[in-house]
Design a protein around this ligand. Structure first.
Ligand SMILES: NC(=O)c1ccc[n+]([C@@H]2O[C@H](COP(=O)([O-])OP(=O)(O)OC[C@H]3O[C@@H](n4cnc5c(N)ncnc54)[C@H](O)[C@@H]3O)[C@@H](O)[C@H]2O)c1
Length: 365
């Protein structure tokens, strides 16, 4: 195993490392330092556990640990699943110095992190993300949540992990469509704040799709460095952190309009970013050439570029009005002035959005 990349999310006494490299699940000597007391609960799901759980368990020798394997899928990111985590912690006699290890994608990370935030008012947790989306986004930054029937991520807490262990080797088993959806978030980081990274992605898209672990590690590190920096400056999203939602207001609306499960989150974000870029050419005089480069990169990553047929622009706008980022009923969007230059735009004209979405239905198709 070559030496992993090592980053730090700077948050004073709550700062934590992100290790990135192939084979890290087996490097218990490294990650055991992030566990707190003697009690450890590993939470995973029934897709990831058969693949990787034994490697994590092998590193827990000598500790008092147990494992909880939940059913796979967003449908299980619920209070009921959190209750199962609490029951497992009680069974383990977990005290305030216990640690939860989250082994899986964003669903497991969000759920296990939420349970860690609640148990005895907050215990340690370690993220071991196994999807590209979780590696570049959800495992870093401490947003944890479960869904309610009324909506996604409605109950949650900010609770930072003690470490993030990114074993890039686990991406070998990730379904192709999930890998591509994760790439949408990678493109997002470049689009919103790093023009040089955008050019690098244009050069390395094929290597990323071929799952070259070295190239993947470099891309993941660049994303985590950017997200870690933003989180350390704006942990609870009072300002700058909102930029990470580039493409997300459109994307969330698309996910809801098409029905959850039709588009993967990353696919919806890909389409959403293209709408944001096109709106920006009209509203902020951003260059149309940059919007074209974004579209080309999204397509190259095998992601959808058009709003699915049958989705009504007016319906999308109605859904966008429900977005958490809006303030006092005014639509607040993350747009860009060009590649690498996203900004928060308050009070966007709704008629213009509908016009852009109408064109979008034709233009990208
Ligand atoms: N907390 C945050 O900041 C944040 C940010 C973005 C998204 N999220 C949340 O993340 C969730 C989506 O995460 P996701 O895209 O990772 O989905 P996911 O956790 O459902 O994983 C996708 C699929 O891949 C499977 N899988 C995971 N790792 C695998 C591997 N190595 N090999 C084979 N299969 C594997 C999973 O079992 C699942 O079927 C959503 O709930 C979203 O709300 C949170």
């Amino acid at each position: 195993m070559s030496a992993p990349l090592n980053l730090t999310v700077e948050l004073g006494t709550r700062s934590y490392p992100i290790w990135i490299g192939a084979g890290l699940l087996d490097d218990a000597e490294r990650w055991r330092a992030a566990l707190r007391g003697r009690h450890v609960l590993v939470v995973s799901n029934d897709v990831v556990a058969p693949l990787y759980l034994n490697r994590v368990v092998a590193g827990l020798e000598g500790l008092s640990f147990s494992t909880l394997v939940l059913p796979d899928g967003e449908a299980h990111k619920t209070l009921d699943s959190a209750a199962r985590v609490f029951a497992a912690l009680a069974e383990l006699n977990a005290s305030r110095d216990a640690t939860i290890v989250a082994l899986g994608g964003g669903v497991i990370g969000d759920l296990a992190g939420f349970a860690a935030a609640c148990w005895m008012r907050g215990i340690a947790f370690v993220q071991m993300p196994t999807t590209l989306l979780a590696m570049v986004d959800s495992s870093v930054g401490g947003k944890t949540a479960v869904d309610l029937p009324q909506g996604k991520n409605l109950v949650g807490a900010f609770h930072q992990p003690r470490a993030v262990v990114v074993d890039t080797g686990t991406l070998a088993t990730l379904p192709e469509r999930e890998l591509r959806a994760g790439l949408a978030e990678v493109v997002k980081y470049a689009a919103l704040g790093d023009a040089a990274f955008f050019a690098w992605l244009e050069q390395h898209a094929d290597a990323l799709l071929a799952r070259d672990t070295q190239v993947l590690a470099e891309a993941i590190a660049t994303c985590c460095r950017q997200k870690g920096g933003i989180v350390s400056r704006d942990e609870t999203e009072q300002g700058e952190r909102a930029l990470l939602n580039f493409g997300h207001t459109f994307g969330h609306a698309l996910e809801t309009a098409t029905g959850y499960g039709v588009l993967l989150h990353g696919e919806a974000i890909a389409i959403g970013m293209l709408q944001a870029a096109r709106l920006s050419t009209q509203l902020l005089r951003a260059s149309a050439a940059d919007a074209g480069r974004l579209r080309a990169l999204v397509a190259r990553c095998g992601l959808p570029t058009s709003i699915p047929r049958g989705v009504e622009p007016q319906r999308l706008l109605d859904l966008m009005r429900l977005d958490k980022k809006n303030l006092s009923g005014r639509l607040r969007l993350i747009l860009w002035r060009g590649i690498g230059q996203a900004e928060i735009v308050p009070d966007v004209d709704e008629a213009m959005i509908v016009r852009v979405l109408r064109e979008g239905l034709r233009a990208e198709g």
